[in-house]
Design a protein around this ligand. Sequence first.
Ligand code: SF4
Length: 229
Amino acid sequence: MHPATRHALYRRLRDATPHPRSELEYSSPFELLVAVMLSAHTTDKSVNAATRKLFPVANTPQALVELGVEGVKPYLRTVGLYNAKSKHLIGLSGQILQRHGGQVPRERAALEALPGVGRKTANIILNIVFGEAEIAVDTHIFRVANRTGLAPGRTPLAVEQALRRNTPEAFQHDAHHWLLLHGRYVCTARAPQCGTCLLADLCEYPHPNAAAPTTRRAGTRGARRRRTA
Ligand code: SF4
């Protein structure tokens, strides 16, 4: 993809959602860390349903350690892999208390050393909490980056590195949110909405819906091509 096209793509995503936010509910860095850890292999909606009950009871490392693994399980039953995640949550809380004075660490190595925390979760925390230009690659971002041609790669790490190279600096901080929301609601896995996608004329994916004559009225294609990016 040409650099000017990448710039145009991000500019459209930014114009459509100038202030993107995580759909996970949280009110502190620690709550966000817990929510992101819980969101692996499950939806944000399920996580929010669980944390709405959990956080009023325990939303600090100390309170969660006191609740313990068995105490936390009933709150996480709607979340996938809740047995393992309950153990991770209590282990993570204990480690934050013992090694980091009860605060979410800002170093990648320290974050990735926490139980249940991998590169993707660390990137989200570094990005949202500490304002670093990290782009966490989940299944949605992996798909959008490859389909559009923005940052092709065979693995999440390869896509992350390509995004880092191919994302203009002005868009790096919010790129994660824009690409995730686009993948979740427009460029979906089974039925991408190419016919109405605001990136259709920039995207390299062979999207038959957008190209079908019945989906474009006379003049529409030209208008789309001429649209100021
Ligand atoms: S045109 Fe289709 S494939 Fe390309 S980003 Fe939009 S929805 Fe995804």
